[in-house]
Design a protein around this ligand. Structure first.
Ligand SMILES: O=C(O)CCC(=O)C(=O)O
Ligand SMILES: [Fe+2]
Length: 316
């Protein structure tokens, strides 16, 4: 299914704009409905107050079971900075696993981010493609294992609980994540996400940096996909039917967006499990500089999953 869309984008026809999506002008004619998030009393660190979120439900064709919830960048600029520093500086570190583990590119006991900053010409910055957290995704077997598991970061788990609760999903436990690092020439081919034992739990996708053209089709590869732009800060929540529908990213599009530039709203929010060192970087123009530089030609996607059923203590 993605073949035809690659051709479409190679032919340089303009891609549909986000406004086209919202105005139902796209040929797929998908339906977008506004959704009201549940108001909770506290504001979570790094997120705008709930009453300022724009949430849409996207149904790709009448009667379709493939439904996505899209929150149009609910993050403050400081919030975006925080998650970007976590993905680059921390989530890419051991004991988390990355695609670089099997290559001899980085000296033993040196972290990728530090190494890339001290060896700017070595080209390692663009070599990191993914990191896995919690239950590590097994790219070959697609099967999780109890002995391939690390601690899941508390800040990310709190964020996901807050986001899902606000949208009416109760008891979401973040247990596994893939952090995808994309550059302007990166693509992610069509796939479904079916490795988790609990397929009823939603899957949460957080995007930062450059814009992705995200395609989602149906449960077979011959369903023509729907295109959605994912901008910096956008959150997508995929329910069971959507995660089992083929989806992928055929193109990253450079944008002029810099919604991570500090703005006055940034002082609000309740600080839950926040790493103070990262906050220091976010507030400091010089320390933030290298992270912003990376973001100008890259996109980071954090894809969070619950693996186990409610009350299940370990994998079967
Ligand atoms: O980058 C994205 O928006 C999608 C990533 C994805 O589908 C995945 O990691 O399973
Ligand atoms: Fe996926």
């Amino acid at each position: 299914m993605f073949k035809q869309d690659f051709k479409y984008y190679k032919s340089r026809k303009p891609a549909p704009s986000f406004e086209d999506v919202l105005n139902l002008k796209h040929p797929n004619n998908y339906k977008v409905t506004s959704v009201s998030p549940k108001n909770t009393s506290k504001t979570f660190f790094g997120l705008k107050p709930i009453e300022r979120w724009n949430v849409y439900e996207i149904v790709d064709r009448p009667g379709s079971i493939v439904r996505l919830l899209l929150i149009n960048n609910p993050f403050t600029s400081l919030g975006q900075r925080y998650w970007v520093t976590r993905c680059l500086k921390d989530y890419s570190k051991k004991p988390n696993k990355t695609n670089l583990d099997s290559h001899d590119i980085i000296p033993e006991n040196v972290d990728w981010w530090d190494y890339s900053q001290n060896n700017i010409n070595a080209g390692v910055l663009k070599k990191l493609r993914w990191a896995t957290l919690g239950y590590h995704h097994n790219w070959d077997t697609k099967v999780y294992a109890e002995d391939m598991k690390g601690n899941f970061p508390k800040d990310l788990s709190s964020l996901c609980s807050y986001l899902t609760k606000s949208l009416g999903f109760d008891n979401f436990n973040a247990e596994a994540a893939i952090v995808n690092y994309y550059h302007l020439d990166s693509t992610l081919s069509g796939h479904t996400d079916h490795s988790e034992q609990n397929l009823d739990a939603p899957l949460i996708s957080l995007s930062f940096g450059q814009t992705a053209l995200f395609l989602i089709g149906g449960h077979t590869i011959d369903v023509k996909p729907t295109a959605i732009f994912l901008h910096s800060g956008d959150v997508v929540i995929m329910s069971k039917a959507a995660r089992l529908a083929y989806h992928g990213v055929p193109r990253i599009i450079q944008s002029n967006d810099s919604s991570w530039d500090i703005s006055p709203e940034d002082c609000s929010g309740n600080f839950v499990n926040v790493e103070k060192d990262n906050l220091r970087i976010c507030y400091d123009k010089t320390l933030w500089g290298p992270f912003e530089q990376y973001l100008r030609s890259s996109r980071i996607n954090i894809n969070v999953r619950q693996v186990l059923h409610q009350g299940q203590l370990a994998l079967d």
